[in-house]
Write a protein that binds this ligand. Sequence first.
Ligand SMILES: NC(=O)c1ccc[n+]([C@@H]2O[C@H](COP(=O)([O-])OP(=O)(O)OC[C@H]3O[C@@H](n4cnc5c(N)ncnc54)[C@H](OP(=O)(O)O)[C@@H]3O)[C@@H](O)[C@H]2O)c1
Length: 324
Amino acid sequence: MRGCKANDWPSESPGLRPVGEKGRPDGAARPGRRESPRRDSWRAGQTLTVPAEALRVLLVGSGRMGSAMLRGWLGQSITDPAAITVVEPDEDRRNQAGSAHGVPVSPVVPAAWSGDAVVFAVKPQILDQVLPAYRSHCAASCAVSIAAGKDLRTLAHGVGDTVPIVRAMPNLPASVGQGVSVAVPNDHVDAGIRERASQLLGAVGAVHWIEDETLMDAVTALSGSGPAYVFLLTEAMAKAGERAGLPSGLSRSLARETVAGAAALMAATDDDPAQLRADVTSPGGTTEAALRVLMDDERWASRVDRAVAAAAARSRELAAVRED
Ligand SMILES: NC(=O)c1ccc[n+]([C@@H]2O[C@H](COP(=O)([O-])OP(=O)(O)OC[C@H]3O[C@@H](n4cnc5c(N)ncnc54)[C@H](OP(=O)(O)O)[C@@H]3O)[C@@H](O)[C@H]2O)c1
């Protein structure tokens, strides 16, 4: 067992703003959201005992995605609250992590930390400023970044050229443990670190590894932005239901529950979506009548193609701007 006094840390470090001006609680439980088991609050100054086998993680940023990962790590018991340290300047979010999850928190970069992984979950716009303060922390562990559009070269520039780095792209359903992440390693990532990153990312959904970083723009366009495409389809279905005579509330519920149910069905089977579609399409039936309209002259498919291509192009543009 290791002892760790998590907030014995120096004052302000580069890249950190003064704390607590913003008053945004981290949100109460939403229906369907998986909560980690209730734990005792962590109190400032409290020394926690870290189980020797626990994965020790420094989480930088506890906003939407960082807090989702934190919930996943604890909910899946892949580590222990005492083994996680959260750095977060926003007082409400910091208190939320400390009180709801019992993890040590700090508004500033911990001076002395040693562990297994530093996970960066801050906005891409500030990442360059934040990274250098964590050089020594990453040197003896590894860095995992989920910042959109920040490539391995930029990350290495920030934390050090010899640091094992995993760049990952999760998506929004991670907040309910149903996300999908695509991860790409740099040359210093060995099998052990890959496994560690898989555990951390896998706590909030599926994980796919790629070796070619240039695919990240297409990944962003498909799984990163993809949830919005499904929300758009749901909106369109709800409006169409209303126009077909359903009361608005009923139509919206039916659209939402139909999309959620179809997604759950897809997740529960290995059948291809095309096969599932064929299974519900009886010759001469209602579904066939609708699909004939939707699939008429390929406009539907080509519009999806163009949408994904536009998102990938925008991802490349944003990455180029961030490189400037
Ligand atoms: N949300 C998504 O669906 C999604 C999907 C894929 C990838 N991502 C990536 O995930 C990252 C986080 O996104 P998000 O949506 O979770 O953003 P977010 O909700 O704004 O969370 C970022 C958190 O980091 C805090 N922060 C700011 N400066 C910091 C510092 N120096 N040290 C530690 N924490 C700091 C922010 O505090 P303040 O608010 O006070 O600045 C905020 O609480 C981004 O890089 C994004 O590209 C997000």
